[in-house]
Design a protein around this ligand. Structure first.
Ligand code: ZN
Ligand code: ZN
Length: 270
């Protein structure tokens, strides 16, 4: 299989080189990986610059020379909050050589909150405010799908990893069914695959993103396009829980997963 979402030291939170990621993928028996370092347009963090992405591309080119006969190494980028700085985002995306662009929502502004949801303290937040927060998250996702150009919708419901995983607030994703079904309708219409993200499995969350119940709702609406992604920031998580994810997807009726080359979609049977 292909792991279509992997981070390296070219992300501020990455803890593996491109070469270490490739070696881990080969050990796991994967066919390929997509190196998708962060380009968050919200914060001026170290690694959202065109120069850093160029450095990542250079590492990917070198890795292809070393591992290319054993592993397909795709060049990606995880673009978040594109609409907060469209010119900056375009400067990154105008560079040649991307195989796949991931579309993500990582941060939002709501009332007194103005940060990445991974840094928000949900422990004391009133449930009503959590609901408004989640609705804003899905609204931003819908806006991103409508107005920006990307290939794969990542880690749908990711704030619940913190709300429910880290802070144990027990919020039911089905509270946002209307918003989620709107997102599914949009990506199905645009032929944008949904990512099954396995990074929660071996964390405090212990779940896929999105939940199997939502994957089923996507399939019921006619959604067929899916990618499988570890979102690994360290070698031990590359291809994390892929056999289980594949079994789940087959059970839900998905018979293929998606890969992108030069931003063109290809599908492979499970
Ligand atoms: Zn992300
Ligand atoms: Zn990521």
């Amino acid at each position: 299989m292909f792991d279509l979402h992997v981070h390296t030291i070219h992300s501020a939170d990455g803890r593996q080189t491109v070469e270490e990621a490739c070696e881990a993928a080969i050990r796991r028996g994967l066919r390929g990986i997509a190196v998708c370092d962060h380009a968050d347009m919200w914060f001026s963090e170290k690694l959202n610059t065109p120069a850093e992405i160029r450095a990542c591309m250079e590492d990917v080119r070198r890795a292809r020379r070393i591992y290319g006969d054993r592993l397909e190494i795709l060049q990606g980028v995880e673009m978040a909050e594109y609409l907060d700085d469209p010119e900056g985002a375009d400067r990154i995306l105008s560079q040649e050589g991307f195989d796949v662009v991931l579309g993500s929502v990582h941060s939002l502004r709501l009332e007194d909150i103005d940060d990445s949801y991974s840094r928000v303290d949900f422990s004391e937040m009133p449930e009503e405010q959590i609901h408004r927060f989640m609705k804003k998250y899905f609204f931003l996702m819908s806006e991103m799908i409508e107005k920006t150009d990307f290939d794969v919708l990542t880690h749908l419901t990711c704030p619940l990893r913190y709300v429910n995983g880290k802070y144990k607030r027990g919020v039911d994703p089905l509270c946002f069914e209307k918003e989620i079904l709107t997102v599914f309708g949009q990506i199905i219409e645009k032929d944008i695959p949904l990512e099954l993200n396995t990074s929660g499995i071996h964390s405090f969350y212990g779940r896929y993103m999105p939940d199997p119940s939502l994957l089923r709702a996507y399939a019921d609406m006619g959604g067929r396009l899916i990618t499988v992604a570890s979102d690994a920031h360290a070698p031990q998580y590359i291809g994390n829980a892929f056999p289980e994810a594949r079994a789940l997807l087959r059970e839900l009726g998905f018979d293929a997963y998606c890969v992108f080359r030069k931003r063109k979609l290809f599908q492979y049977g499970f």
